[in-house]
Design a protein around this ligand. Structure first.
Ligand code: NAP
Length: 527
């Protein structure tokens, strides 16, 4: 049952903050349950409890934490249909998507649990003592990764499960040994509360300290800002817009004790259409890209919002086909009237710029909150001069840039901001021929795709989901896959520490049986 209350550790609380409701965009009406915003008192209580829980939780074994994560996965599944129904009425997304995203969320939790059971993720590194070394003896030094402290997590509107309450940020932070305080997304607070109830149940079943997880409601930016400013918070995970991520990053940097903010933000995901590929597969490419641009009503951070090509008959043909294909797609519902309005105003701003030609704009009336898909085009020199065209338009919109030649194409890429992904549509020998273009793209992105689409992000250890600023605030880390855990830890060294007092991961006997570096050699051996 959804109560509209906050979770302060195991306790539900509603001290009388402002009440807000979520919205059903398909029916264009507010949902029933009112959610009570967390007060300053509740925010402080949740963070103080998390800080206390950290003292115990940081020392809990990997096996026990894995049990906790696996139990969260089971409890999310045990929520059954109510979770799927709530997800759908709060997002307007179809049931199939909800079920798929639940599977992804559960899969993420389990993959972190597996990494904890295996144990080598702590990067145990041992350099043995050399008492006879001249001119100075060398100490025994042992290093591993340890958790950083309470983490605040902000989820995005477009992933009510996989990038929200028990999404990748929460799963990776809990796996690392950090308690989590979630600032619930106001567009899907009911989904958030249900998932929170599953996490709390799992925490109690697995014997985790009270405060290892809290969930706070808020319809505006104040709750999140107070959380980021709280001195006991040690890191922030954010998925959402550039505006939100950058504001929180700046806020964290202004604290007396600045803390890291790992913000995964929007991106326009350039796609480079090389001439031979356009000649040989232009028709199928147009259909594939019409689908990718409008997938999930264009509400993906990996949506291809920028298509780059060199002027040719083949490019003109592709543009024509893309315009026809995208208009064949039935408009679908956006997540919320605010997102729908922002889509329309950002699109209007983009297509009203000098030199922009609209190629396709869905002509008929649509149901409320259903987005009309649009494709525009512009010449390379205009795009180079007007950086406002580089901004993300969150929704089914994309722009094709027609460059004069290879040099201009390279210049356009060099002039772009950091991106989550870059895609090359090419014949294999064009990869060598256009090596400068490809090198330019590699400098701008976190993931490069060959002859595919950027939408659809596999969850696996080799995935990099992030990229140079402003795609993320720290291009050294991924938000997806088990290596996402590295955002919530810090390296810590023990010097000449007695063996019996060392953590298990660093003891001579290697009781966890993990991979370690001993004097520069990777081994599972004992010392
Ligand atoms: P959003 O408006 O930035 O909201 C995300 C969260 O941040 C919400 O909880 C929001 O709270 C909070 N927030 C926003 N501005 C804030 C501020 N100044 N101070 C404190 N809190 C603030 O983003 P969204 O509309 O939910 O999501 C869509 C965006 O997310 C798109 O740009 C998309 O590309 C991006 N996205 C990125 C990824 C990725 O992995 N890179 C994945 C999914 C989505 P309030 O709503 O209460 O303000």
């Amino acid at each position: 049952m959804i109560t509209g209350k906050n979770y302060i550790g195991n306790r539900q609380s509603a001290e009388g903050g402002k009440v807000y409701r979520t919205f059903n965009p398909q029916l264009n009406i507010e949902n029933e349950t009112g959610f009570t915003e967390a007060t300053s008192n509740e925010i402080d209580a949740a963070v103080t409890l998390a800080s206390k829980a950290f003292e115990t939780y940081k020392n809990i074994s990997g096996i026990k934490k894995a049990e906790f994560l696996n139990t969260i996965a089971e409890e999310i599944l045990a929520l059954g249909d109510i979770l799927i129904q709530t997800y759908c009425v709060e997002s307007g997304l179809p049931e199939g998507r909800a079920i798929g995203e639940r599977g992804r969320t559960i899969g993420q939790l389990k993959s972190f649990a597996d990494a904890l059971v295996e144990g080598s993720w702590v990067e145990a590194t041992i350099d043995t003592a050399q008492p006879e070394r001249q001119p100075m003896p060398k100490s025994d030094i042992r290093k591993m990764l340890i958790p950083i402290g309470p983490v605040v997590v902000f989820g995005a509107s477009n992933f009510p499960l996989a990038f929200s309450t028990a999404g990748g940020d929460t799963a990776s932070a809990l796996a690392s040994g950090c308690p989590v305080i979630v600032k619930s997304h106001p567009m899907h607070s009911g989904t958030g509360e249900l998932v929170s109830s599953a996490i709390i149940k799992a925490a109690q079943k697995a014997g985790m300290p009270d405060g290892v997880f809290s969930n706070l409601n808020g319809s505006g930016i104040e709750v999140g800002q107070q959380l980021v400013k709280h001195p006991k918070v040690k890191a922030v995970g954010f998925t959402g817009s550039y505006k939100g991520g950058k504001a929180l990053f700046d806020l964290a940097a202004q604290r007396d004790e600045p803390i890291p903010v790992f913000a995964e933000m929007g991106s326009i995901n350039p796609v480079v259409l090389l001439p031979e590929a356009l000649k040989t597969k232009g028709d199928t490419l147009a259909k594939t890209y019409a689908g990718s641009i409008s997938l999930g009503t264009g509400q993906f951070c990996t949506k291809p919002g920028l298509l780059l090509g060199i002027k040719s008959d083949a490019l003109s043909g592709f543009i024509q086909n893309l315009s026809e294909e995208i208009l064949k797609i039935e408009p679908t519902c956006m997540l919320h009237p605010n997102i729908y309005e922002t889509y329309n105003s950002n699109k209007k701003k983009a297509i009203s710029q000098h030199g922009i030609e609209v190629l396709a704009d869905y002509p008929s009336d649509t149901k409320p909150n259903h987005a009309k898909q649009t494709v525009a085009t512009v010449k390379g020199d205009v795009f180079l001069k007007n950086t406002s065209l580089h901004q993300e338009v969150f929704g089914p919109y994309s722009i094709v840039v027609q460059c004069e030649n290879e040099n201009q194409l390279e210049k356009v890429i060099l002039n772009l901001e950091g991106q989550l992904t870059g895609t090359i549509m090419a014949d294999e020998n064009e990869i060598t021929r256009y090596s400068k273009v490809i090198a330019a793209l590699q400098n701008k992105v976190g993931r490069i795709i060959f002859n595919g689409v950027p939408t659809g992000v596999e969850v696996c250890p080799s995935m990099m989901h992030g990229g140079p600023f402003p795609a993320s605030t720290d291009s050294r880390f991924t938000a997806i896959g088990v290596h996402a855990i590295k955002r919530w830890v810090r390296p810590f060294s023990y010097q000449d520490w007695p063996n019996k007092l060392l953590p298990e991961a660093l003891k001579n006997e290697n009781p966890l049986g993990i991979n370690r570096y001993i004097d520069g050699i990777q081994t599972k051996n004992k010392l």
